[in-house]
Design a protein around this ligand. Structure first.
Ligand code: PLP
Length: 840
């Protein structure tokens, strides 16, 4: 079966093969043949015996085969002597890619051909897409950002490797039992992973623990050697990342930890088989599981070990590729730009110094210059508790040589500063890489800032606040390093793949160039915003998407919701600063109003989705509160006519692809100054949801882009939050003076939603009335009033649809292609390997 390969002239064979080759052919015939062959050769199944997963695997390999030619060419440009390109190494502890299959079909432009081929073999694409278990190798926004950036790097023909960890268990699956979150192990590799290729030959040793020892080498140079207690091997697993309709296919290279020796033979020989295996188990724990927190886990040695493990493998790999290309090590920064996605990979600064100075005998000053020119750091947070730092004793135990190096970096930095700013010992103490007030810590944000030539925040407000808060002193001494790159999301996944009907409608009106060029093309929808027929089509797409989500809601929760009600959605990690409980306070208020008065209202379906860190008790209590309020509201025969409340379990990329396209209203209600950027806000707006939000993160820029009349703004600004805090904020006085707020809080406190249990929600109510750290009560009335404006606006469908269209039409700026262009120009100084059609 299948066409013969080879035989006659290579060139003509290749062109004949192009359409029909079983490995590369893009026509339905070739794809159908490939499916059956893969089913036979890889799964060992006849069509009539194949399970849905067999068919999924056969299809996945069929699609992967069609990426390989471009993949090999792109990898060649990073690894071969003949090329001079500078490549990007995106270092991130998390990559939340989502399922690969659908995205691959869109990038390769073979969606229709695959549908056709599948129908010929009696299969259905949508069912097979459902089969794919997503790699949950991230917690939320940060990991998802890394995935969007990989997509855009490829689309823009910038050669890049995403470096991270191949966690055996990703973010837990969330289920809800009795209203509470239950965590279930994410066994994503259970049925195999057809997208990865193990590179057993690409493996590096990573040392841990032990001690250091000075010596003089043959040339009489002072050197230090590291005598580790333990060595672990990192093995590369590569996943191709195809660019949308371009020749570039990049790679995600994730490291798996393995024991250097499978057995300790000495232990084995004396019969201690279990100790020998124990060693292997210890090594493999490093890449076993993703930490399920949005914030760093303080003092967890394994977490630091994970970070060092993947950073060391990645830098060794970058050096290997450079030398393979025949380039000298002192030109590392001319061929590699390394981006640190938050402080998780910031040990890269010390590790690169160690590799250059200890392993490659480079002089310190030169190594330091190369390190700074290679690295750049993206900060993702303003929450002081989320700034990573490691207790000094722990750090010294695990990475003794790196502590030496950090001390030396610090000594030189502070000496230089003393000359520049004499009599500023306070400033020096604040800038030091070591926190010496009380217990000592290594400050990772300081290491990242000092070791990088560029430091960026992720939205305009965030970048400004960075300079005034957590990195104020670094800004004082190196203002030239600071810049902003506002986050973006890829329209390929977040419009084309997740909202195909909207995609078709848009393409019908403005052609198909917009997906590759959102910034310039999408605004051509604007003139259509007032056309009644276009509005009708737009509404029809939205209602269809809401029907799909309603079905998912019914399947997962049993709740029946009306696709014609206003779909009001808050989907994101559970966190007090994101204020899901402010949304709940409004719902309880609405419930009270509906009970007391009844009358005409705008029917709403309020949908929550999001995971809480397993140890974050308040976040878990908020989930319980949502579910408790939902139970009461949904079973009230009168109120449930106008209001339904749903908690949709297990928010992940796959569910997000159903949620964002079905939203009418996007809840972006964090306390101003707390959300660095947000990217969910961008996905909602691209899909035509209108935002109700505070002046926080990228909301500000989204509002500027879509127009203030197309955005529901409420609440205190970041400056007003600061001011109110400084003046002395007393939430209880707001509670006492606002009757509706008091009624809502009292109802929760009374046990009304908890079968009479008055204790259950006490910690939540108590924290609101005494500290209210995130100022819910201060923003409560403004939020409730703003929701009234939302309800009124929704009752005029044409005006609402106009706003919806303008939101989509005007958010082209929030494409991750725009973000990546900015990184390329202002930070990485890299240019595409293929000239960008946009510029030509
Ligand atoms: C986009 C996304 C996020 C980030 O959402 P925010 O609203 O910006 O916090 C988190 N998780 C998943 C699965 C996402 O797709």
């Amino acid at each position: 079966m299948g066409p013969a390969i080879g035989g006659d002239g290579q060139a003509s064979a290749r062109s004949r093969m192009a359409l029909s080759n079983v490995r590369t052919g893009l026509a339905p015939d070739a794809i159908a043949v490939a499916l059956i062959e893969n089913l036979h050769c890889l799964q060992g199944k006849r069509p009539r015996d194949a399970t849905p997963n067999d068919w999924y695997m056969a299809l996945a390999y069929t699609v992967r085969d069609r990426m390989m030619e471009r993949y090999v060419a792109t990898v060649g440009s990073i690894a071969e002597e003949t090329t001079d390109v500078k490549a990007v190494a995106y270092l991130s502890a998390e990559f939340l890619t989502g399922p690969h299959l659908g995205n691959g079909l869109i990038s390769l432009g073979i969606w229709d051909a695959v549908e056709e081929a599948l129908s010929r073999v009696g299969q259905d694409l949508s069912g097979l897409l459902e089969q794919e278990e997503e790699p949950g190798l991230g917690n939320g926004g940060l990991g998802r950002l890394a995935a969007c950036y990989m997509d855009s790097l490829a689309r823009l023909n910038v050669p890049a490797i995403g470096y991270g960890i191949r966690y055996e268990f990703g973010i837990f699956d969330q289920s809800i039992r009795d209203g509470w979150q239950v965590e279930v192990t994410d066994k994503w590799l259970r049925f195999g992973n057809p997208w990865e290729m193990v590179r057993s030959e690409i493996a590096f040793d990573v040392k841990f623990g032990g001690r250091t020892e000075p010596y003089h080498n043959a040339a009489g140079r002072y050197c230090v050697r590291w005598l580790p207690e333990k060595v672990i091997k990192g093995v590369a697993y590569d996943t191709p990342i195809p660019g949308y309709r371009v020749p570039t296919t990049n790679l995600l290279r994730l490291w798996k930890a393995e024991a250097v020796e499978s057995f300790d033979f000495e232990a084995f020989n004396v019969g201690d088989y279990y100790r020998a295996v124990d060693e292997k188990v210890l090594s493999e724990t490093i890449s076993k599981v993703l930490y399920p927190n949005d914030e760093p886990e303080s003092g967890k040695q394994l977490r630091l070990a994970q970070q060092y493990f993947f950073v060391s493998c990645s830098l060794q790999d970058m050096v290997r590729l450079l030398l393979m290309r025949g380039k000298p090590l002192d030109e590392l920064h001319s061929y590699w730009a390394a981006q640190l996605n938050d402080t998780h990979p910031s040990i890269a600064v010390a590790e690169l110094m160690r590799l250059l100075v200890d392993e490659h005998a480079m002089e310190w000053d030169q190594a330091w210059a190369i390190t700074q020119q290679t690295c750049a750091y993206t900060n993702h947070t303003l929450l002081p508790e989320a700034l990573e730092r490691w207790p000094l004793p722990l750090f010294a135990r695990l990475l003794p040589r790196h502590l030496d190096i950090i001390y030396e970096i610090n000594r030189r930095f502070l000496d230089e500063l003393r000359l520049r700013c004499p009599n500023e010992e306070q400033l020096l103490r604040r800038l030091s890489l070591i926190d010496e007030a009380g217990d000592k810590y290594v400050r990772m944000a300081h290491l990242a800032s000092l070791g990088s030539h560029a430091i960026n925040g992720v939205a305009v407000l965030h970048s400004e606040l960075l300079k005034r808060t957590v990195l104020r002193d670094f800004h004082l001494v190196s203002p030239e390093k600071f810049l902003n790159v506002t986050n973006g999301v890829t329209p390929r996944r977040w419009i084309a793949l997740s909202n195909p009907k909207l995609c078709t409608l848009i393409t019908r009106h403005i052609g198909d160039r917009w997906l590759a060029n959102l910034e310039d093309e999408l605004r051509r929808l604007e003139p259509l915003a007032d056309e009644l027929e276009f509005q009708r089509d737009w509404q029809a797409v939205k209602v269809d998407n809401k029907r799909v989500l309603a079905r998912l809601i019914k399947d997962r929760t049993g709740v029946i919701v009306d696709p014609h009600s206003l779909f009001d959605v808050q989907a994101k990690r559970l966190h007090e600063y994101k204020r899901q409980h402010l949304n709940v306070l409004y719902l309880v208020t609405l419930y009270n109003r509906l009970r007391h008065a009844g009358g005409a209202v705008t029917p709403r379906t309020v949908i929550f989705s999001g995971k809480a860190a397993p140890a974050y008790r308040m976040a878990k209590l908020i989930i319980k509160l949502v579910n408790s309020v939902a139970a009461v509201v949904n079973r009230d025969p009168v109120v449930s006519q106008a209001l339904k409340v749903v908690f949709l379990p297990d928010f992940n990329v796959k569910n997000g692809q159903r949620i964002y396209p079905a939203a009418d209203l996007s809840e972006q209600i964090s306390t101003a100054g707390k959300e660095a950027s947000g990217t969910g806000n961008m996905k909602f707006a691209m899909n035509g949801a209108i935002t109700i939000g505070t002046l926080d993160g990228a909301n500000i820029e989204i509002r500027d882009a879509v127009g203030q009349e197309n955005f529901f703004l409420f609440g205190l600004s970041a400056a007003e939050v600061e001011l109110l805090k400084a003046e002395g904020y007393t939430p209880r006085s707001i509670y006492e003076s606002n009757p509706e707020l008091r009624e809502a809080i009292d109802l929760i406190r009374s046990g009304f939603f908890s079968n009479g249990d008055r204790e259950l929600f006490h910690p939540l109510v108590d924290s609101l009335l005494t500290y209210d750290e995130y100022m819910l009560l201060a923003d409560y009335q403004a939020y409730v009033d703003c929701q009234e404006r939302v309800s009124n606006a929704y009752s005029d469908p044409n005006a609402w649809t106009r706003m919806s269209i303008l939101n989509t039409a005007r958010v082209g700026h929030f494409s991750s292609d725009r973000s990546i262009r900015e990184y390329c120009r202002h930070i990485w100084k890299v240019t595409p390997i293929v000239s960008d059609e946009r510029e030509s």
